[in-house]
Design a protein around this ligand. Structure first.
Ligand SMILES: Nc1ncnc2c1ncn2[C@@H]1O[C@H](COP(=O)(O)OP(=O)(O)OP(=O)(O)O)[C@@H](O)[C@H]1O
Length: 366
């Protein structure tokens, strides 16, 4: 989707805003995108996160213009692009599979689109050099793709998109084919690139950790709908529903019902105090592992805390902290993440413990 004749007039902001308005996509009887609306701010890094099949790639490709929606509109800087073909939208795109030309050097791979789009010959070397510098590939311009690692090839793919100085960069699982270490390194580099360029990034991933690391905001998709839109902190600390709580991070969930301001937990025969703003009709109470305290049974539980009794099933040493898996008397298996004690604190498989949490650290979910 390489194109110079930018589809939108240049504003002072280097990035463009995107408005997805009631976008709908069906394949036969299946609804893939169910009237999705999403306002992406100029210059923000937004991630479309969701399980396989939730519709993230379809939405990205509708924004890009590669897939035609069955309803709704896509606007970039207020201009309706719904009927504008992909190559005239002025958006950059990076895919999971980089598809570089194997017979061309790195330099030629990046220059190719510029030549095809009729950029003045004289300007091309400087533009290519600048793009390669941005992705830290300036020294490898003469290599061929077969002489590059996967991470380096993906950098070239990035350079090929940024060389046009697009106002929006769309990325579909660009790190999906890389191993964990390389992936983490490139996550930070893409963040840096985003800061440097100041343009709008729309990033697709199914990896919640990647989404938390990289994004200004995350749109969490489930079966063609956005179930929550917010900052990484908002999604982690205040998930809107059970799906969001379970998809992002690890969550301990008690099943029950909110009645008269208390959470009734029949399995553990307990009534938990909940935060004052808890939604009526909640059927789950969530506590994150790092908010659970573990102590041998019989010790005093701090005031303002809820607690349940449990038996430790496993204690996993993780270096920086440890993970304690314990089964409550009601059969719920909970996970607590706690600092590693200096000596033996009696928390080991088989130990009877109290798991407790501050009321404000729990969340009732609908
Ligand atoms: N051309 C097509 N014809 C029929 N169904 C399709 C087509 N393209 C996608 N789908 C279906 O649409 C749904 C959403 O696909 P999409 O690729 O957008 O999901 P995704 O969230 O990006 O998943 P993944 O991470 O696996 O790529 C899937 O169930 C998929 O099988």
């Amino acid at each position: 989707m390489t194109n110079i004749a930018s589809a939108t007039p240049r504003a002072t902001q280097p990035g463009a805003s995107i408005n997805v308005e009631q976008v709908r996509k069906v394949y036969g009887p299946a609804t893939i995108l169910d009237d999705i609306s999403l306002d992406i701010r100029a210059g923000e890094f937004i991630t479309l996160l969701g399980a396989s099949g939730s519709g993230k790639s379809t939405l990205l490709n509708i924004i890009a213009g590669f897939i035609k929606a069955d309803g709704g509109h896509v606007k970039v800087d207020g201009r309706d692009l719904t009927t504008v073909p992909a190559h005239k939208r002025g958006l950059g795109m990076v895919f999971q599979h980089y598809a570089l030309f194997p017979h061309m050097t790195v330099f030629e791979n990046v220059a190719y689109g510029l030549r095809r789009n009729g950029f003045p010959r004289k300007e091309i070397p400087a533009l290519v050099d600048e793009a390669l510098q941005m992705v830290e590939m300036g020294h490898l311009g003469k290599r061929r793709p077969s002489q590059l690692s996967g991470g380096q090839q993906q950098r070239v793919a990035l350079a090929r998109a940024v060389v046009f100085k697009p106002r929006v960069l769309l990325m579909d699982e660009p790190l999906g084919a890389l191993d964990k270490m390389l992936r983490e390194q490139l996550q930070l580099e893409i963040r840096r690139l985003h800061k440097e360029m100041g343009i709008t990034f729309v990033f697709v991933t199914h990896d919640q950790e990647e989404a938390l690391t990289m994004s200004d905001r995350i749109a969490l998709l489930e079966s063609g709908r956005i179930v929550q839109l917010g900052t990484p902190t908002e999604l982690y600390e205040t998930p809107s529903c059970r799906y969001a709580a379970e998809f992002i991070g690890v969550s301990n969930i008690f099943n029950g019902a909110l009645q008269h301001g208390r959470f009734h937990d029949p399995a553990n025969n307990a009534e938990h105090v909940v935060p004052a703003d808890s939604p009526a009709g909640g059927t789950a109470l969530m506590v994150r592992p790092e908010r659970l305290s573990v102590q041998p049974i019989g010790l005093h539980t701090p005031s303002g805390h809820n607690s349940v009794e449990a038996i430790v099933e496993d204690c996993v040493y993780l270096g920086s902290d440890r993970s304690v898996h314990a089964r409550t008397l009601g059969g719920d298996v909970l996970v607590a993440r706690t600092p590693v004690p200096r000596g033996d604190d009696g928390i080991a498989a088989g130990a009877k413990v109290t798991l407790s949490w501050n009321v404000e650290d729990s969340r009732v979910l609908a």
